[in-house]
Design a protein around this ligand. Structure first.
Ligand code: T4K
Length: 367
């Protein structure tokens, strides 16, 4: 235990024999990709689990976001209001669609986009809002929709962290025009690599099908310019297997989350995000804020943990707007709160199989 590495997360996997048994048929029929039987089955099952009307599986969360944005045929150079306090994928997806990100500040309470600062950023070139349910914390979806309706904007949620989250009893993928999920190995639920777009307008299903499969509609027919973003059958089967255990995974996470919370919330200088009563959480991450009155800086604590083989991560520092590829390009608005959070944030190791001794060790070091 002394020198055991404790990483920020650990992939959930089904029992080995179960997965091996489940992939056996692939050796008979040899259809291992291109929307096979398991792809279809997983799409149906996830629609049910996530409580959404429509869902299109993707090769990963990033392509899900890129293609979800592409769905709307926004004019080149149009502006999209988004958050810089996120994984770089969110901003890349906007820029790779030839759109301009306009960064909005976030809230101290939960790290999501500050809805009171959106309207000031709207110009006649604004076409959409891309907020992020960061750590599974739900954005103020009602206020954001109101603004979108007032200015005729699309809302595309990056719900990469929000698998299984419910808001006011409804699946989180029901809000906005579309939401994307990530099923990456590091997420609450994984298909090794994978993702999905959830939406309610059925016509988007056909369009996303084209976008993820080269626009091919028949052996001799290509109707649209598309990418290749299909989920393969090995991933789909991993998804089907993992889905059987998701209830247990979430319960184990819930217990560990409350154990951490109870033990760190009383430590001077350690801040936590607020919990929202309307949200049924998936306990995706355990982020803490290392505030001014803590006995050392965030980076010093990060180093102290590493010296003990504990690999906490600075998700999300630096702000995407401060990354080398975007710096001085799109900045305008004041990002005071976002920058403060980025400098204070630390995600502690957290997953469904974490041992209580590992958590105690981490808590003791922080204390
Ligand atoms: N939007 C948001 C808000 C996102 O956070 C993400 C992804 C996306 C969009 C895009 O979705 P995807 O295209 O990725 O589906 C990780 C993930 O690669 C990335 O999915 C995730 N967000 C981001 C926040 O974190 P890294 O570079 O920190 O991963 P890495 O390799 O350092 O892994 C961290 C720890 O996880 C390891 O120390 C051990 C554990 N791990 C990792 C892998 C790869 C496992 O247990 N199994 C594994 O296979 O990016």
């Amino acid at each position: 235990m002394h020198n055991e590495k404790i990483l920020v997360t650990r992939s959930s996997m089904p029992p080995y024999e179960e997965y091996i048994e489940a992939i056996k048929p692939l050796w008979d029929n040899r259809q291992i990709t291109n929307m096979g039987q398991y792809h279809k089955e997983l799409e149906e099952k996830l629609k049910g689990y996530l409580d959404v009307q429509e869902l299109s599986l993707m090769v990963n969360g990033h392509m899900a976001l890129e293609l979800a944005i592409q769905l709307f045929d926004f004019p080149e150079g149009a502006e999209v209001i988004t958050t810089p306090f996120t994984f770089i994928s969110t901003t890349h997806a906007i820029v790779r669609n030839h759109l301009q990100p306009v960064f909005c500040d976030v809230k101290r309470s939960d790290g999501t986009m500050d809805e009171t600062k959106i309207e000031n950023l709207i110009t006649e070139r604004t076409v959409a809002i891309v907020p992020v349910h960061v750590y599974g914390n739900v954005c103020n979806v009602d206020a954001i929709q109101e603004i979108a309706d007032k200015y005729n904007l699309r809302v595309i949620y990056d719900a990469a962290h929000a698998f299984g989250v419910k808001y006011k009893g409804k699946g989180i993928g029901n809000y906005g025009d579309a939401s994307i999920f990530s099923f990456h190995a590091t997420k609450v639920y994984n298909t090794i690599e994978g993702g999905a777009v959830a939406f309610s307008e059925h016509r988007f299903y056909e369009k996303l099908y084209n976008l993820k499969n080269f626009g091919i509609r028949g052996e001799d027919l290509v109707t649209e310019v598309g990418a290749n973003a299909k989920m393969n059958e090995f991933s789909a089967i991993m998804g089907l297997c993992n889905l059987k255990y998701i209830g247990n995974v979430l319960e184990e996470r819930r217990k560990r989350y409350h154990f951490y919370r109870k033990n760190v919330e009383t430590i001077k200088g350690i801040g936590l995000f607020e919990q929202n009563e309307d949200v049924c959480s998936n306990y995706a991450y355990f982020p803490v804020l290392i505030e001014e009155d803590y006995c050392m800086t965030r980076d010093e604590l990060y180093d102290a943990l590493r010296e003990n083989c504990i690999y906490a991560r600075k998700y999300f520092y630096p702000l995407t707007s401060d990354q080398e590829c975007f710096r001085n390009k799109y900045g305008r608005a004041c990002l005071e709160q976002a920058r403060k959070l980025a400098n204070q944030i630390l995600c502690l190791p957290f997953h469904d199989e974490m041992k209580i001794e590992q958590m105690v060790k981490i808590i003791d070091i922080i204390k």
